[in-house]
Write a protein that binds this ligand. Structure first.
Ligand code: SF4
Ligand code: SF4
Length: 392
């Protein structure tokens, strides 16, 4: 069960969450009705089948009632009643047997494999740049001079539980989060610089509030860590990039708050790029497409959400698209070959590195296409046959 009862008690059934939702855009009366039915435990397809998982509703709620938890409660009931399509198990990093991480191994370079092995060793100090499962698919993001003063740590046997939680696998999410919290304690890790906004939001907000799992660590976004180093003169820019940039904010941005979102824009400004916002941005940003599959388990929903975001990025006519989440970065690079008029998609660290005079080693678009191939391979192997919560 989700620990959301206290937050839910704050709900005044005003409907603001679903009137402001960029996908549902319900009228106030309809929104109030939808929230009421969701709260009464009904499966409300008008919301649950269409939600793209951007989590902005949590930020829209004026009463901190966490409406997204209400959706997860209903997804959790669906999971207990019917299970999930077998192919979705491939996106579970802790799964025994084939999954995306094992599929992608054959495409990792020798350098990437060497780094992953090195970073899996217990760290020397109590402060680490933490790579979650998401970055293990594209570990080069951490292998830059920007992070040279940090111990990098990742653990292939651990996961923050975010994907499990959002699919409604609440007990699996709780077990994963508790295991990661235990691993940090065991290794004496007390401070984490999170390279993944999802890990950050899980450790800081979602695991304690929804799952009752507390992490005994201080967690900071790599964005704020980089901004501080720039302000102290420890990262020096030798060239201005000049031009405009549009930013894909991740779904977890709404949980991390405005400061991190603003620091992304400030850093981009410092390297010479003016931000041109998409139709929705910041805490209101729409999903890159990645989490849109969680509602109906349909690839078509991913394509629709991803194409919509690519269209919005294109309309800004910006010279660059910047993602500060590796998931958004890989997903938007997956869509870009089909949307050639969209500007090239860079990770924030790559743009900063360019401004320091270094050339980032970009693995995209190939890594994105390799992931797409791995997903197709998984679909052919496992298909959409449902596997129950007991694993049968
Ligand atoms: S969750 Fe918040 S925004 Fe949504 S109906 Fe309840 S009080 Fe209003
Ligand atoms: S998560 Fe996003 S798409 Fe889903 S209901 Fe909330 S605001 Fe709407």
């Amino acid at each position: 069960m989700l620990n959301s009862a206290d937050a839910r008690k704050k709900c005044k059934q005003c409907g603001t969450c679903l009137t402001r939702c960029p996908v549902i855009q319900a009228s106030p009366g309809v929104a109030r009705d939808l929230v009421g039915r969701l709260d009464a435990g009904q499966w409300v397809g008008e919301v649950l089948d269409r939600c793209t998982g951007c989590m902005s509703c949590d930020a829209f709620c004026p009463n901190d009632a966490r409406p997204y938890a209400l959706l997860i409660e209903r997804y959790s009931e669906r999971y207990i009643a019917s299970g999930i399509p077998r192919v979705f198990q491939n996106a579970m990093p802790l799964r025994d047997g084939p999954n995306l991480w094992r599929s992608i191994e054959k495409w990792l370079t020798r350098e990437e494999k060497r780094n992953l092995a090195l970073w899996s060793a217990p760290p020397a100090g109590d402060e680490v740049l933490f790579l979650g499962c998401n970055q293990r698919l594209n570990p080069g993001i951490a292998d830059t001079s920007l992070f040279r003063d940090l111990s990098v740590f990742t653990d292939p046997g651990c996961c923050c539980g975010e994907f499990y939680l959002r699919l409604g696998l609440v007990e699996e999410a709780r077990a994963a989060a508790a295991s990661l919290a235990g691993r940090f304690s065991e290794l004496g890790i007390r401070k984490i610089i999170a390279l993944c906004p999802a890990c950050h939001n899980m450790i800081q907000n979602l695991a304690p509030s929804m799952l009752g799992v507390e992490f005994d660590v201080e967690v900071t976004s790599y964005v704020e860590w980089l901004a501080l180093r720039v302000d102290r003169g420890e990262i020096v820019f030798s060239r201005r990039l000049e031009g405009t940039v549009t930013v894909q904010d991740p779904c977890h941005a709404s949980g991390l708050g405005k400061k991190t979102i603003e620091e992304v824009r400030r850093l981009l400004g410092l390297i010479g790029l003016d931000t041109v916002e998409m139709e929705t941005a910041g805490i209101e940003a729409e999903c890159c497409g990645l989490s849109a599959s969680l509602a109906r388990y349909k690839l078509a929903d991913v394509v629709r959400a991803g194409a919509s975001r690519a269209r919005q990025a294109r309309r800004t006519r910006a010279d660059f698209t910047c993602a500060w989440c590796n998931g958004c970065y890989l997903t938007m690079n997956m869509f870009r070959p089909f949307s050639p008029r969209m500007s090239p998609v860079y990770h924030l660290t790559e743009l900063i590195l360019l401004a320091t005079g270094e050339k980032p080693v970009r693995k995209v678009p190939w890594r994105s296409l390799q992931l797409f191939a791995a997903a197709l391979e998984a679909t052919a192997r496992d298909g959409f046959r449902f596997v129950s919560s007991s694993g049968e």
